[in-house]
Design a protein around this ligand. Structure first.
Ligand SMILES: Cc1cc2nc3c(=O)[nH]c(=O)nc-3n(C[C@H](O)[C@H](O)[C@H](O)COP(=O)(O)OP(=O)(O)OC[C@H]3O[C@@H](n4cnc5c(N)ncnc54)[C@H](O)[C@@H]3O)c2cc1C
Length: 330
C-alpha cells in the first residue's frame, strides 16, 4: 500500500487544556491506523518476526513509544542522529493510548497519534513494535534514553470475594461486558484513571458509584479539570462518595465502605457487582535499575522519572536531546 505523503505545518495543539505551539504534521487524508501502517510501524501481529536490533556504531536507542519516547526519538533524528525507537506493545502511545477510550480527552489522543505517525515517518526513525528491550540489548548502543513510563501500583490485587475486581486501566480500555449490578470505582491514585473509568463505564450504561478518600475525585488534577469531570459525572448520574475508604476484610467478612468524616463503616450496597481499583501510578524502573550503574550513557525521562502529564513527558523528551547537544558542545 502506498504511503500518504505527510504535509507539515505549524499547528496549535492543546494538551491538558493548555494550548501550546508545536510542530505538528497532519496527513491530507486521515492517518493510517496502526495496524495498517505496518510498513512504518512494524508488524501488527504478536507472532511477527522482527529483524534483529541494529548494531551500527553511534546509534541512539529510545526505549518506550509513549509521548516522552516519541518526542525524544523525533527530536534526536531531526538533529541528525540515527535512532531506533523500541516499544514493547503492539502500538505506540503508552498510557496515552488509554486516553483514546475516554470521553474527555479522546481528541488529545487522536492529535498526538497523527503527529507521532507523521513525525516518525518524516524523520525516518526506525520504529520497532512488539519489542521488549533488555539490558543486553542496550549494550550495543552508544546512548540509551529510557522512556519506560509508569504503571498502576497494584493492578487490582484484591481477592474480590463475591465481586469481580478489575483495574481502572482494564475498565477504560474494555468497559463491557461486566457482571451485572452497579460498579464501585475506588479512587486511590487521585488522578485521571478513576474519573475516566467512572465516566467511560457510565457512558456504557453502568450505574457507577465513585468513592474517594479525598474531598473530590481526581484531587491531584487541576481545579479546572476537577470541575469539568464533576459536571460530566453528575450529568451521567455517577454517585460520588467523598471521604470514603474501602475496607478490605480478612476471613470472608463483607467488604465495607468507611465514611472518614463520621468514622462509620457500612457494607457495600447489595447491587454492587464489580469493584474497579484506580491505583496510584508509579514509575516503571525495572530496566533503569539494571542499567543505571552499568552504562554512563543511559538517561531516564518522562513518567519513568515521576508520573506526570503528556505535556511534561513531551518536554522531557525534547529536553533530553537539547541537553545532550549542549554537553557535546562543551
Ligand atoms: C487513564 C489515564 C488518563 C490520562 N489522561 C491524561 C490527560 O488527560 N492529560 C495528560 O496530560 N495526561 C494524561 N495521562 C498521563 C499521560 O498519559 C502520561 O503522563 C504520559 O503518557 C507519560 O508518557 P511517557 O512516554 O513518559 O510514558 P508512557 O505513556 O507510560 O509510555 C511508556 C512506554 O514504554 C513502554 N515500555 C516500558 N518498558 C519497556 C521495555 N523494556 N521495552 C520496550 N518498551 C517498554 C511501555 O509499553 C509504554 O508504551 C493519563 C494517564 C492515564 C493512565
Amino acid at each position: 500500500m502506498a504511503r500518504p505523503t505527510p504535509r507539515f505545518h505549524e499547528h496549535r495543539i492543546s494538551i491538558m487544556d493548555r494550548e501550546c505551539k508545536a510542530e505538528v504534521g497532519f496527513y491530507d487524508e486521515p492517518p493510517p491506523e496502526h495496524t495498517k501502517g505496518s510498513e512504518i510501524f512494524g508488524h501488527p501481529k504478536k507472532s511477527a518476526k522482527y529483524p534483529a536490533l541494529p548494531r551500527e556504531h553511534g546509534q541512539l536507542l529510545v526505549v518506550g513509544g509513549g509521548p516522552a519516547g516519541v518526542a525524544a526519538a523525533t527530536a534526536a533524528a531531526r538533529s541528525g542522529a540515527r535512532v531506533v525507537l523500541a516499544e514493547r506493545s503492539r502500538r505506540l502511545g503508552g498510557q496515552l493510548a488509554l486516553v483514546g477510550h475516554t470521553v474527555a480527552n479522546r481528541l488529545l489522543w487522536q492529535r498526538w497519534l497523527g503527529w507521532a505517525q507523521a513525525e516518525l515517518t518524516a524523520e525516518a526513525v526506525d520504529v520497532r513494535l512488539n519489542t521488549t528491550i533488555t539490558e543486553d540489548d542496550c549494550a550495543h548502543f552508544e546512548r540509551v534514553i529510557l522512556a519506560t513510563g509508569a504503571r498502576p501500583m497494584d493492578p487490582a490485587t484484591l481477592n474480590g470475594g463475591p465481586y469481580a475486581v478489575l483495574s481502572a486501566y482494564t475498565a477504560i480500555s474494555r468497559p463491557a461486558p461486566l457482571t451485572g449490578g452497579s460498579v464501585l470505582v475506588i479512587d486511590h491514585g487521585h488522578e485521571w484513571p478513576a474519573v475516566d473509568a467512572a465516566e467511560v463505564l457510565a457512558t456504557h450504561g453502568y450505574a457507577v458509584i465513585l468513592a474517594t478518600e479525598a474531598a473530590t475525585p481526581g484531587a491531584l488534577l487541576s481545579q479546572e479539570e476537577q470541575e469539568a469531570y464533576a459536571r460530566r459525572l453528575a450529568a451521567l448520574y455517577v454517585r460520588v462518595l467523598p471521604h470514603h475508604q474501602l475496607l478490605i476484610p480478612s476471613g470472608g467478612e463483607p467488604y465495607m465502605l468507611r465514611d472518614m468524616a463520621s468514622g462509620q463503616a457500612r457494607p457495600l450496597a447489595d447491587n454492587v457487582g464489580t469493584i474497579v481499583i484506580a491505583s496510584k501510578r508509579v514509575p516503571d524502573t525495572d530496566l533503569w535499575q539494571r542499567l543505571r550503574y552499568r552504562s554512563p550513557h543511559v538517561q531516564r525521562i518522562g513518567d519513568a522519572m515521576t508520573p506526570r502529564c503528556v505535556q511534561d513527558a513531551i518536554a522531557d523528551g525534547r529536553q533530553a536531546v537539547m541537553s545532550s547537544h549542549r554537553s557535546n558542545r562543551v
